[in-house]
Design a protein. Structure first.
Length: 213
């Protein structure tokens, strides 16, 4: 329940971050409340003025405002490090995690099969990618990032850092990123749809043993 609430809070926050003016408003409004929340001398005033917020603030897993402030800081840090809006959103939703452990898990998945696809089950693009690979007769491994979200969100964030794109599906063939279904980040990773039209998809799948000759 708490992790679900945090995902909702993070998603709502980063949506507001789409306009920089919204961020400025949030910071302006949040600053005095944060100060009040963390000031022991004014805690009684907080309970009187913000009963719901104060109730949440006393939860053992941290306050609502702490969660929002942390998400805001993560988003701003990601942006300052040069990540685009979508990747910054993915990083924010992922929250805090063990970066080295997540990178190792990603590499383990990539090395576990000739063709590996990181997906969301409900994503139309992921469904199309699976359909096209099935039609081609390819053997592939699906790694769902929505089952559970708690472990999938950090993987998506790190994939975004790794390949330059946080969208799903995220497809690797022979350990190389080839894009998603109908897009990617360059000529070497245009997505499997464009590769199919160019005639390079079958060649690449056969070369790594994902498709029988």
């Amino acid at each position: 329940m708490i992790s679900s609430q945090r995902r909702i809070i993070s998603a709502a926050l980063v949506a507001l971050c789409f306009l920089q003016s919204f961020l400025g408003c949030i910071a302006f409004i949040a600053t005095p409340i944060v100060s009040t929340l963390h000031g022991t001398r004014n805690i009684q005033q907080l309970h009187r003025s913000y009963p719901q917020l104060a109730s949440t603030a006393t939860d053992g897993d941290g306050s609502f405002l702490d969660t929002v402030t942390k998400a805001y800081n993560i988003f701003q840090t990601a942006r300052s490090e040069g990540y685009d809006f979508k990747r910054s959103v993915a990083i924010t939703i992922a929250g805090e995690y063990d970066t080295d452990a997540v990178k190792a898990e990603i590499q383990e998945h990539i090395n576990s099969a000739p063709c590996v696809m990181f997906t969301w089950e409900a994503s139309p693009a992921c469904k199309k990618a699976i359909k096209y690979l099935d039609i081609a007769g390819a053997k592939y491994k699906v790694v769902r990032l929505d089952d559970p979200w708690e472990s999938g969100n950090p993987i998506r964030a790190e994939l975004g850092k790794m390949v330059g794109r946080s969208s799903v599906p995220c497809i690797f063939i022979g350990g190389e990123y080839v894009g998603g279904f109908d897009g990617g980040v360059g000529d070497e990773s245009p997505g499997i749809l464009e590769m199919a039209f160019k005639g390079t998809l079958r060649q690449k799948l056969m070369a790594v043993g994902s498709l029988d000759a």
